[in-house]
Design a protein around this ligand. Structure first.
Ligand code: MN
Length: 448
């Protein structure tokens, strides 16, 4: 860990305690200034966005590993992500330095500060990354077990491959949308168990999936796998992902090739890309894996300690391939007074870690490119409060969720809003992801 992680570090930009975006975080975004058509790259501090294009043009990154490469004037993060770890660290260290309370460079240059630091309400957030490919894993054993139990019973819940293969499928990048984008209830084929033939119509079992995704940095050549020891060099940062799912469409279509229309209508991501460097203090041991994975998926030096603490800043660094990220999902309906918390989970509950996912994904020689999105799969924990989908929370609709105003939900209703939050709790500060939110609109042609 380095100076950017120092928990005593303060910015001249005031950031309240418990705020998602203190100087230790500095996530990236793409945004539009009120006076500019073209999006550009920024970093978040407190309730402000720091315009990195302006700083780049003023030469503030020239003496970092970025050198003369212009990456922040682009309309998404891809070019920056392609530069690799030394450049990522150089940029973060410089941004952190410029925002420090005791550095006059930006603090006392009123003209530059006015131009470069924009109140969050004055910017329009954009998709942070041009996502070339989207892969969705299935890495929560608890989730796989729950879903398997519902459909096959507890004895056959886990498929025979589950503890050997980080299972995943290739998703659809074109329908990944920014938090806040409304989601249309999709149409598709569904078939009731006792019906002779399927029908075509709006999905009736619309669900969320609480996931997190990592975004890739430098790619690999086609035919050249990324070995697990080098996987971290290819992971830039993370976002919250809601992998909206139409359970009834999925159920009818998924054999033998996996999900199709049940998943391809929308996937939401949060706008702030939190870097792996910012998450470093929150590394922790991953799930115990039994059987031991095959050689190419084996992680060496997994910590024996169950969890790290951000306060411990020993030079040896924290080991582990998982991250302690708390997650929460809430529901707003047209009539609820306050949002209702549906579940609380944690990213560390996953069975397969990100480096294993990436090593497996590329083991065939498949190439990744800067800006690919790799989502975790639904992050369910071991307890019913930590289940990461309506399918599990209402146990396939058999146990309706009771809301405080007497309403019930088995799945998501038209007009409902689902909001996901994620954060790491540090010693005196938090590293937050902000929100990933989406409101469900009625199917096309049925009302509004
Ligand atoms: Mn999913």
């Amino acid at each position: 860990m380095n100076e950017t992680h120092n928990r005593a570090l303060k910015s001249f930009v005031e950031v309240p305690q418990e705020h998602d975006f203190p100087i230790q975080n500095l996530p990236y975004c793409a945004f539009r200034r009120p006076d500019e058509e073209q999006p550009r790259v920024g970093a978040r501090i407190g309730d402000f966005v720091l315009d990195l294009k302006i700083l780049e043009h003023a030469g503030y990154f020239k003496d970092t590993a970025l050198g003369d490469t212009h990456v922040f004037c682009k309309w998404a993060l891809n070019k920056f992500m392609a530069q690799g770890r030394a450049a990522w660290h150089g940029a973060r260290a410089r941004i952190s330095e410029l925002l420090r309370y005791d550095n006059p460079t930006l603090r006392d240059d009123e003209k530059l500060r006015e131009k470069a630091l924009l109140p969050i309400e004055r910017v329009e957030l954009q998709m942070p990354v041009e996502i070339g490919d989207y892969t969705d894993f299935y890495s929560s054993k608890h989730h796989a077990f729950n879903v398997g139990t519902m459909f096959r019973g507890p004895e056959n819940a886990l498929m025979p491959n589950y503890l050997w293969v980080p299972v995943g499928y290739h998703g659809r990048a074109s329908s990944v949308v920014l938090s806040g984008t409304p989601i249309r209830r999709p149409f598709g084929q569904t078939k009731a168990d006792d019906a002779d033939a399927p029908v075509f119509g709006p999905s009736r079992l619309l669900d969320f999936e609480l996931e997190m995704g990592f975004l890739t940095g430098p790619g690999n050549e086609l035919g050249e796998p990324i070995p697990i020891e080098r996987a971290e060099e290819h992971i830039f940062g993370m976002v919250i992902v809601n992998d909206w799912s139409a359970r009834d469409i999925q159920k009818w279509e998924y054999v033998p090739l996996g999900p199709f229309l049940g998943k391809n209508f929308a996937t939401s991501i949060s706008p702030w890309v939190v870097t792996m460097e910012a998450l470093e203090p929150f590394r922790c041991a991953g799930a115990e894996q039994d059987p031991e994975p095959l050689e190419y998926l084996r992680i060496r030096h997994e910590a024996t300690k169950p969890q790290s603490h951000a306060g411990e800043r020993s030079g040896s660094g924290v080991q582990g391939s998982a991250y302690d990220i708390q997650l929460e999902v809430d529901l707003k309906t047209g009539t609820l007074e306050r949002p209702h918390v549906l579940c609380r989970s944690n990213f560390k509950h996953l069975y397969w870690s990100m480096v294993q996912q990436l090593a497996h994904h590329t083991a065939s020689g498949c190439n990744i490119r800067p800006g690919d999105l790799m989502a975790s799969g639904t992050i369910s924990g071991p307890t019913p409060e930590s289940f990461g989908s309506m399918l599990e929370l209402s146990w396939r609709g058999t146990k309706p969720i009771e809301l405080p105003n007497g309403e019930q939900r088995r799945f998501i209703a038209d007009g409902d809003t689902i909001t996901m939050r994620g954060w790491c709790e540090g010693d005196g500060y938090r590293i937050g992801f902000g929100e990933c939110e989406g409101k469900l609109l009625p199917a096309k042609g049925s009302g509004s």
